[in-house]
Design a protein around this ligand. Structure first.
Ligand code: CP3
Length: 340
């Protein structure tokens, strides 16, 4: 099948679909036994720099579930490591940065990313486009706010206090940091598109911590610049806890807005406004409940998703590590059967 005719790309463009397309954030990863096997003894960031492993891990959920899109196996901090930021991904914790960015001098480490800094990304995506055939590959990057939070806090944070302190207290430094991250993110997305990614997702996972007016002032100009620079492919914009931000996220320039589980999709469509497709939004924790519950809730998501101009079925956030892969297989089949 022609890639452009895939259900996923058609739904992103708000065109008629043969069935509702489905993929899962974090579909590759710790819930899959075949993933744990190939990752044995290999640190996360090493895996992200090894083309053979990237290809294998990206393919695993496509083979097992028959999802409508693959997501490139990597992490949001990979381009930062590639330009020399001293960081690691600690199992069970997340990204940890050795020298947090707290002043203008510290910005120097954020030099522009060059395509040659991430040769393993280009190599893996070229190999993947061959293996995937008619299944689209989603490239991705972390958004400047979410990347900035890891860089400023030095690691995962509940309230993003230091991040907000810089945003409110040192707006010039804040915007300078966002500018540098925007340049890095743009190059990283361009590398993925130029190598063969068919769509991109910008993960602003932690932006739900910010109020709408502050989003508009401190973040929107930067996300707008990112989406304007990748307008040749469908663009997905995702964050968690963004119920109050859906309207302003709709202004950032993506084709598809991701919705977590807190706002039903018909209401989200109203908040985002016309001219957008939606992605989501089954609560990932529902997959830990008996199948009858999963089925009932998934049908409800599909019904309410019908109010959107296009719907890409997904979870409201990433697959939880304790998820039974058989539940995800059944869910994928249900979405396909219920909508074709
Ligand atoms: O579907 C996929 O798995 C695609 C690959 C992918 C990973 N991270 C692999 C990964 C993607 C798209 C990401 C994005 C990412 N990374 C985000 C945005 C998405 C989201 O969940 O909100 C964020 C915030 C990160 C930062 C990060 N990296 C966290 C919070 C963690 C989890 C730490 C933990 O162990 O609990 C990571 C590590 C990570 N990234 C793992 C995987 C498979 C687990 C590490 C491992 O298996 O050793």
């Amino acid at each position: 099948m022609n890639l452009a005719d895939s259900a996923f790309l058609r739904a992103c463009r708000r065109q008629a679909v043969p069935h509702t397309p489905v993929w899962y954030m974090r579909q590759a990863g710790r819930s899959l036994p075949e993933y744990l096997k190939v990752r044995e003894g290999v640190p996360m960031l090493t895996a992200c720099e090894t083309p053979d492993l990237i290809v294998e891990i990206t393919m695993q959920p496509v083979r097992r579930y028959g999802v409508d899109a693959a997501i490139f196996f990597s992490d949001i901090v990979v381009p930062l490591k590639a330009i020399g930021v001293d960081l690691d991904i600690k199992p069970g914790v997340g990204p940890v940065v050795a020298d947090p960015i707290r002043d203008a001098k510290a910005l120097d480490v954020l030099r522009p990313l060059e395509p040659d800094d991430v040769p393993y990304v280009t190599e893996a995506i070229r190999a993947l486009t061959g293996e995937l055939g008619g299944t689209p590959l989603i490239g991705f990057a972390g958004a400047p706010f979410t990347l900035g939070s890891y860089l400023i806090e030095g690691g995962p944070s509940k309230n993003h206090d230091r991040t907000k302190a810089m945003m409110y207290g040192e707006p010039k430094l804040w915007h300078a940091l966002m500018e540098r991250l925007t340049d890095i993110v743009l190059t990283h997305l361009r590398v993925q598109i130029d190598a063969g990614a068919s769509a991109v997702q910008l993960f602003d996972s932690w932006v739900g911590a910010v109020a709408p007016d502050d989003y508009r002032e401190f973040i929107l100009p930067h996300t707008r610049r990112i989406f304007a620079g990748v307008a040749d492919v469908p663009r997905i914009h995702f964050g968690v806890g963004t119920g109050e931000l859906l309207g302003v996220l709709g202004e950032a320039g993506a084709d598809v807005v991701g919705v977590d589980w807190r706002v039903p999709l018909d209401e989200a469509a109203r908040r985002v406004g016309p001219g957008k497709a939606l992605q989501g939004n089954l609560d990932p924790a529902i997959l830990l409940a008996p199948w009858e519950v999963v089925e009932r809730k998934a049908r409800e998501v599909l019904r309410r998703g019908g109010a959107a101009e296009g719907h890409v079925f997904n979870l409201g956030h990433g697959v939880l590590p304790s998820t039974d892969p058989d539940q995800l297989k059944r869910l994928t089949d249900l979405v396909h059967e219920a909508t074709s």
